[in-house]
Ligand binder design. Sequence first.
Ligand SMILES: [Zn+2]
Length: 198
Amino acid sequence: MKVVPYVTAYDGEDIRYQLTLAPSPEATDGIRLSYADVTEHDRLFGALWHRHGLTRAGRPEWKLVNTGRQRRCMLRLLCQVCGQPARDSAGLIWWVMNESPGANGLGEPFTHTPPTCRACIPIARNLCPRLREFSQVYTATAAEPYGVVADIFKPAGRNLVRAGTTRELPLDAFHDLEYALAKQLIVTLEDLRPEQVS
Ligand SMILES: [Zn+2]
């Protein structure tokens, strides 16, 4: 049977929700994106987060990432394939990416791709058509939250509409974050080095 990566979304994990704008004294415009029944668990790093179940029920959606598991991978440095720690005994965290990491204003590399442990790198390359086409393996010594992949919303009369396409937002883009629905966590990578893995 084909392995389903830890980070892959399942179609039975969708949660219906209603976005709204709610008054917020700290927000730049006095309002921010919210849920009608928002709880403290819906917000992290200044953004509202997409609600996504963790049941792994239904069928895998191969091209989609589960928001909760992606964030958990980044915060705990877990492998996106097996869900186990991606740090090796020498203290290095492993990544396999199909594109070069981005670079922020300070020249620090960043990515929304979770780590992949050394043992799962061949599995990831085998499973993912994009990695089969091109992949580069890296190690890093640490990863810190830097931004989010998010949909931005804006008021349109009594409704909310999406403003543009899904974007990468740094965590200091406070005004945009107030209208953002975060779907993935982005981290910066310390001491990033390309590695040769056959
Ligand atoms: Zn793994």
